[in-house]
Design a protein around this ligand. Structure first.
Ligand SMILES: CN1c2c(nc(N)[nH]c2=O)NC[C@@H]1CNc1ccc(C(=O)N[C@@H](CCC(=O)N[C@@H](CCC(=O)N[C@@H](CCC(=O)O)C(=O)O)C(=O)O)C(=O)O)cc1
Ligand SMILES: N[C@@H](CCS)C(=O)O
Ligand SMILES: [Zn+2]
Length: 766
């Protein structure tokens, strides 16, 4: 029985690619140095899969930055502003598109479906010229072949590529991206011809948009694209890979009717309904089913007995020789190798499988189906599954009871937001258009070193506390000098806004090397939620009280909300996500109450990831929003009217969920906005009644650019045209942790000047 891997992490087990990239970008190493690291990483991945016995090993899933950007490079679809003059796209043009350069900003980055990975959004218009400008897919295929590994080259499919693109500036309203299908297919045909000439016998097209709600026109694009490619593809086995959810029934029909396609890959972890479709509707005879039973989005060891039983039931439908065991999606969304986790305790470790271990699981399932079951391996797996189910570390009855008691009730603060804002204003006495920041201040090398040395026990607790206090005091002073109204402590004690809380909550484990790529060279280390969640001790109160003691101005307590902790962690798969979310909500509630008791009058509960956690299919939105918003309200429903609750959100595409946001019932919401002013403001223009405080970001923190006072004032004035003066706050888009002080100080100076300028104008027109 054959086995297949959809894709593999690129960063390397110790983030070798990250360090090579950053060193190259800093001019500290050459292109050859970078390429050598990349070549070695690819070789070791192919070797590992080949030695494990995987039959269908992917190539071209490596990337220097992003696979969608690689496709843009392959198609030569470089926006004019990068002044590319043709030929093979080199590092300079490629990284300029990804990161911008001294004169030109980067292309837009957005979330890859509902993952924490970001891709670079192609910008296409009627004027875009396409040409075959990156031979990466072919050269990687040849590179593997030279190492003795015959791989399956992977391409982002043409229809998903177009559906994930955005219309170039100026043609936003008038242009249909799918009209370009005829322009990009000739390039795909050139790539296919070269792959065939190089000896490829399989090709994989990733078409993940097939799991979304598609209309008839979009579905027709799949039929016409693959019909057009059919003759070029003849002689090749063609796999269309879908992932992240089930394929809707209508799309399943279209997909399985495509001619020229040999195989279909389905995510059977998040797409259990596809499993039902295969069984009830049927599967085209003679075609291969790549059954994604091993979860690529998580770190749990597979329940091999359960997967084997699923696979056996599929065998009966598609035939023994047509079933291929696979991962649910690319393994790039999970951690790399459990072998490097030397500090994780052995019981928890026995429950886990990272990418390297998942490759072994896929192969073991394939062999078991072929009658060569490794009994010892399966028995060890069954024992680990049983130990996880019954472990007292997983189950905490008290927490389960408290979480169960939450269901069915509303958990809402007793008074209206306007009454609360009045009560708070009496205490806080803020000016109109109060200024604030989102939480983090620049994370300098020194600060990272202090945290690292403390973790490694190279400095004492005393030295650590004193270094962090000094940093907080510096940040407080800067804000007072800038005359910001509501201060933050700068989050210097936090490695990451989710990992930091995970490290302090019970029911969480954390890794030493469990990095997952978030964008480019940036990685996150999601904590692992393995058991019922509780908060043994206060997590932020110590630092918040110290920070508040340094100033007379209000100091925001700074927490990450339950939905964001959930969405950015590896979550347990033995209970519904909402159960875990309610448990985290109760833990954060205790922290909120302790902050309030400690004299903190303004508490921000970040829900940066609430929007991105929205399910891919509309039919599931209402249920998610209901428990997500409820979880947020649980955290703060018990505070006094005079305690001001803020929340902050990134990715401001809120128009479709504005009523849920209002329903969160926060006193103030700060929103990332500066790249989409118009979008956000249009909601309010359309007459949505909004009475809480709101701070749409007035400048983009992702860019080193310093906004002028006039520019910020102009933005604020635009907002005042649709929002009441007494509810508007002035703040940047998001936290400042990735910026330098040389950028932050002038930008905030201009922000405060803009607020003061408009306050004066408002006072004179009264
Ligand atoms: C807001 N965002 C976040 C997301 N997800 C999260 N879980 N957290 C987020 O904040 N998703 C959406 C966005 C994504 N944005 C970012 C932005 C920046 C990063 C980033 O910079 N990541 C760092 C690692 C962060 C971290 O945990 N650092 C630790 C440890 C530092 C470390 O590993 N040091 C090295 C040595 C390096 C050195 O400085 O010498 C080591 O110890 O080996 C810390 O700061 O203490 C990154 O480097 O990629 C990610 C997502
Ligand atoms: N408080 C966090 C929010 C990031 S989304 C920060 O400022 O970094
Ligand atoms: Zn943010």
């Amino acid at each position: 029985m054959a086995s297949h891997i959809v894709g593999y992490p690129r960063m390397g087990p110790k983030r070798e690619l990250k360090f090579a990239l950053e060193s190259f970008w800093d001019g500290k190493s050459s292109a050859e140095d970078l390429e050598k690291v990349a070549t070695d990483l690819r070789a070791s991945i192919w070797k590992q899969m080949s030695e494990a016995g995987i039959k269908y090993i992917p190539s071209n899933t490596f990337s220097y930055y992003d696979q969608v950007l690689d496709t843009t490079a392959m198609l030569g679809a470089v926006p004019d502003r990068y002044s590319w003059t043709g030929g093979e796209i080199g590092h300079s043009t490629y990284f300029s598109m990804a990161r911008g350069n001294a004169t030109v900003p980067a292309m837009e980055m957005t979330k890859w479906f509902d993952t924490n990975y970001h891709f670079i959004v192609p910008e296409l218009g009627p004027e875009t010229k396409f040409s075959y400008a990156s031979h990466k897919a072919v050269s990687e295929y040849k590179e593997a072949k030279a190492l003795g590994v015959d791989t399956v080259p992977v391409l982002v499919g043409p229809v998903s590529y177009l559906l994930l693109s955005k219309p170039a500036k100026g043609v936003e309203k008038s242009f249909s991206l799918l009209s370009l299908v005829g322009s990009i297919l000739p390039i795909y045909k050139e790539v296919i011809a070269e792959l065939k000439a190089a000896g490829a016998s399989w090709i994989q097209f990733d078409e993940p948009t097939l799991v979304k709600d598609l209309d008839a026109h979009q579905l027709a694009a799949f039929t016409s694209a693959y019909t057009d490619l059919e003759s070029s593809l003849s002689g090749l086995n063609v796999l269309i890979e879908t992932y992240f959810a089930d394929v809707p029934a209508e799309s399943y029909k279209t997909l399985t009717s495509l001619s020229g396609v040999t195989a279909y890959g389905f995510d059977l972890v998040r797409g259990t309904k596809t499993l039902d479709l295969v069984k009830s509707v049927g599967f085209p005879s003679g075609k291969y089913l790549f059954a994604g039973v091993v979860d690529g989005r998580n770190i749990w060891a597979d329940d091999l007995a359960a997967s084997l039983s699923t696979l056996q039931s599929l065998e009966a439908v598609v035939g023994k020789d047509k079933l291929v065991v696979s991962t649910s999606c690319s393994l790039m969304h999970t951690a790399v190798d459990l072998v490097n986790e030397t500090k994780l305790d052995s019981e928890i470790k026995s429950w886990l499988a990272f990418a390297a271990q998942k490759v072994v699981e896929v192969n073991a399932l394939g062999k078991a189906l072929a009658g060569q079951k490794d009994e010892a391996y399966f028995a060890a797996n069954a024992a680990a599954q049983a130990s996880r189910k019954s472990s007292p570390r997983v189950n905490n009855e008290e927490v389960q009871k408290a979480a169960a008691a939450l269901k069915g009730s509303d958990h809402r603060r007793a008074t209206t937001v306007s009454a609360r804002l009045d009560a708070q204003q009496k205490k806080l006495n803020l000016p109109v258009l109060p200024t604030t920041t989102i939480g983090s201040f620049p994370q300098t090398m020194d600060l990272r070193r202090v945290r690292r040395e403390y973790k490694a026990k190279k400095i004492s607790e005393e030295e650590y506390v004193s270094a962090i206090k000094e940093e907080i005091s510096k940040v407080v002073k800067i804000q007072e000098e800038l005359d910001i109204d509501v201060l933050v402590h700068g989050e210097p004690e936090r490695n990451d806004m989710v990992e930091y809380f995970g490290e302090q909550l019970s029911g969480f484990a954390f890794t030493a090397n469990g990095w997952v790529q978030s964008y480019g060279s940036r990685c996150v280390k999601p904590p692992i939620i393995y058991g019922d969640v509780s908060r043994p001790n206060p997590m932020t109160v110590f630092w918040s009280k110290i920070a508040q003691s340094m100033t007379k101005r209000p100091m925001k307590g700074m927490l990450t909300g339950p939905v964001t902790i959930l969405n950015w962690s590896f979550v347990r798969n033995d209970q519904p996500r909402f159960e875990t979310c309610y448990q985290i909500a109760l833990a954060i509630k205790k922290e909120v109450e302790d902050l309030e008791a400690g004299g903190i009058q303004v508490i921000q509960i970040d829900e940066a990831a609430l929007r991105e956690g929205l399910p891919l299919r509309k039919s599931e939105h209402a249920f998610y929003l209901d428990w997500a918003v409820h979880s947020f309200r649980i955290t703060n429903c018990g505070v006094q009217d005079t305690t001001q609750i803020h929340t902050h959100m990134c990715y401001s595409n809120f128009n479709d969920i504005i009523h849920s946001i209002i329903n969160m019932d926060a006193d103030v919401i700060t929103i990332e906005n500066s790249r989409s002013d118009e979008k956000l403001l249009s909601v309010f223009r359309e007459g949505v009644t909004y009475g809480a405080g709101i701070g749409p970001g007035v400048y983009d923190i992702h860019s080193p650019r310093i906004p002028s006072t006039e520019e910020i004032a102009d933005r604020v004035n635009k907002m005042l045209a649709v929002l009441d003066t007494n509810i508007l706050w002035v703040n940047p888009d998001c936290g400042l942790k990735t910026r330098k002080y040389a950028e932050v100080k002038p930008a905030l100076t201009n922000m405060v000047s803009a607020a003061k300028l408009i306050r004066t104008q408002l006072a004179s027109t009264k």
